[in-house]
Write a protein that binds this ligand. Structure first.
Ligand SMILES: [Zn+2]
Length: 374
């Protein structure tokens, strides 16, 4: 058993001063506020739950689709911890059934290895709109069949999240998926607002990377963006790298959705949290150009954003409060995934996964299962 003391601690919801807590077997066992250091190890900086990212395609130099193995997932998880993310939903983008099955097998192993680091999987596609495919490969975009349904509802994958275009997957099929325990998010969609609202009514609870690769909000056509902003009960991910979404649009989305429904995501690829400057997706080379990743034709292809940077952009550039900013990176995505008793929070019974931030919100240290890893 270890005892720790933090002068400043964010527990996922609120800031506290002078917090003493104990860690036993990788879990937080006792939390006392307004305490004294006494015999505890004193932690420097602002102590925050390790962040939760529901959309990461790669990182640490490796790409999940390109090498759908346990080793890839472990490398991603280890690389992300250094930039403050303790929980990732590895995201497999549109691909053929074989790659999806290999990815699922790797997830099953990774989920056993460390369920707090890898609580499950995010399948982004393949049931998407070709008109809003972004970098997804047209030749693998297809309707939902029994084979994918069986894959999405495998019992050994932990939490399964699937991004679908609601013009490709009917409300009946969305209900069938959510009844089977799958979290459905709409995205890569050109659907009108009513089609999106029908998907939410059928059980979809989120929108994937709001604004990007979806029908826009205009005066007479509210689109997927309008439907998502309209529904108070719907979560959405937002890529705050100042490349995918203009800071004004990002700020408006945060004002409308609030910190209990908006999740900071990175949608990051292999070069994130690494020195690598390119990666391959289905044989196509994607290049890092400063703060962006682009195909050779200039299409944005995911990000090199880290959660550390997303937090800095949100607090310092968008001027969201520190509490709101941190909630959107910790407890809100954990609640969305229904794992907020384990991760994205620092409370009794939760995993002892936390990070220390300095006053510029740089990650200075990180702990996994109560062990300092930095
Ligand atoms: Zn996407």
């Amino acid at each position: 058993m270890m005892r720790y003391f933090a002068e400043q601690l964010f527990d996922g919801y609120h800031l506290h001063n002078n917090v003493r807590f104990e860690v036993s077997n990788g879990k937080i066992t006792q939390v006392l506020t307004r305490s004294t250091p006494a015999d505890a190890t004193v932690l420097k900086g602002l102590i925050v739950p390790a962040t939760v990212d529901v959309q990461v395609n790669g990182g640490g130099g490796v790409q999940f689709n390109d090498a759908p193995t346990l080793a890839t997932l472990q490398q991603m998880a280890r690389a992300y911890l250094t930039v403050g993310t303790g929980t990732i939903m590895p995201t497999l983008i549109t691909d053929d059934l074989d790659v999806m099955r290999q990815g699922a097998d790797a997830i099953a192993q990774a989920h056993k290895w460390d369920p707090a680091a890898i609580p499950g999987v995010h399948f982004e596609g393949p049931h998407l709109s070709s008109a809003k495919k972004g970098m997804h490969s047209d030749r693998h975009i297809r309707p939902l069949s029994d084979e994918e349904f069986a894959l999405f509802t495998r019992s050994d994958l932990g939490t399964v999240m699937v991004t679908v275009a609601p013009e490709m997957v009917s409300p009946e099929d969305i209900k069938r998926l959510t009844d089977a325990g799958v979290i459905v998010s709409i995205g890569h969609t050109n659907a009108d607002a009513h089609t999106c609202l029908a998907a939410f009514d059928a059980g979809a609870t989120a929108a994937t990377h709001l604004f990007n690769a979806m029908s826009a909000l205009t005066s007479r056509e509210p689109g997927a963006v309008g439907a998502t902003l309209f529904r108070n009960d719907v979560y959405c991910g937002l890529i705050v790298d100042h490349q995918h979404v203009h800071p004004i649009s990002a700020t408006l989305a945060m004002r409308v959705k609030g910190d209990e429904k908006l999740m900071l995501i990175t949608d990051a690829m292999a070069p994130a949290a690494s020195d690598s400057d390119h990666f391959y997706y289905q044989g196509i080379k994607v290049l890092r150009q400063g703060p962006t990743l682009k195909l050779e034709d200039g299409t944005l292809a995911g990000s090199v954003l880290t959660m550390e940077e997303a937090i800095q952009h949100t607090h310092f550039d968008l001027q969201m409060s520190l509490v709101s900013t941190l909630k959107m990176a910790t407890s809100t995505p954990a609640q969305f995934l229904d794992i907020d008793n384990q991760v994205g929070v620092l409370k009794e019974g939760a995993c002892a996964n936390w990070i220390a931030l300095d006053d510029k919100l740089n990650v200075t240290d990180f702990w996994r299962n109560g062990q300092r890893m930095s």
